[in-house]
Design a protein around this ligand. Structure first.
Ligand SMILES: [Zn+2]
Length: 230
């Protein structure tokens, strides 16, 4: 059975339009983690160690958070969707929330996988996505499966992955989608190609909101220095 949280999260998947309301953001303020954040990464099924390491570095670079990588685990059988031969992201969130987060001493847990993941949207029963996270919650999932599309340069896939990962961390910290194309918290609008338009940085109002809620100062970055994560 789906939890209320994961139902909310399903509506704000990267790759979907923003359905987050102001009320969610206000509610999220009460639940957003404070300073001293530990972001844990749960490798799940097949995954790229190189992309995982880049994502871990990316979180520390952008947010200044400590990152811990948990013991790799197989995909839980109950999240498989045989009709499309892929894995349900909303069920992965429920599984993380029930099985991995408790006792982990993590502020948040994000699964990392190269398997194809999907969720339900207003129009589609099963729609492939890049990532999904609870807004103002504690768990998320990122898949690198769709980051291969239209690659022209070797570093593009890594940069897309880092952006998607930090985007999902932003959702967990309580940030819904923001207007425009360039911000980290812009919606991918259903395509990984839109992430190529993003700078990789939080736009100023989002960063200010987050710092107030975390009671902490995030790293001051004028431009994303990709040599720090590649
Ligand atoms: Zn999103």
């Amino acid at each position: 059975m789906r939890t209320l949280r994961s139902t909310l999260a399903a509506l704000t998947a990267l790759g979907l339009c923003a359905h987050a309301s102001l009320a969610w953001a206000e509610d999220a303020q009460d639940r957003a983690p404070k300073a001293g954040v530990t972001a844990c990464i749960q490798p799940l099924g097949k995954y790229s160690k190189k992309l995982l390491k880049a994502s871990a570095r990316g979180v520390t670079y952008l947010y200044g958070f400590e990152v811990r990588v948990l013991r790799a685990r197989p995909m839980p059988k109950e999240v498989y969707y045989p009709k499309r031969k892929r894995w349900r992201a909303d069920r992965i969130l429920d599984w993380l929330d029930a099985e991995i987060y408790p006792g982990s001493e993590c502020t948040m847990v994000l699964a990392f996988t190269s398997h194809d993941i999907s969720t339900t949207t207003d129009e589609k029963e099963d729609w492939g996505i890049l990532g999904l996270a609870q807004v103002g919650g504690r768990v998320g999932v990122v898949s690198t499966y769709r980051t291969r599309r239209g690659l022209k340069r070797p570093h593009t896939r890594l940069r897309r992955t880092v952006k998607v990962f930090n985007h999902e961390v932003g959702h967990i910290l309580g940030i819904p989608h923001v207007p425009g194309d360039a911000c980290l918290m812009s919606s991918a609008e259903g395509s990984v190609l839109t992430t190529d338009l993003q700078t990789g940085l939080l736009c100023a109002p989002t960063k200010t909101w987050m710092e107030e809620n975390l009671s902490a100062t995030l790293p001051d970055l004028a431009a994303f220095d990709w040599s720090r994560v590649e």
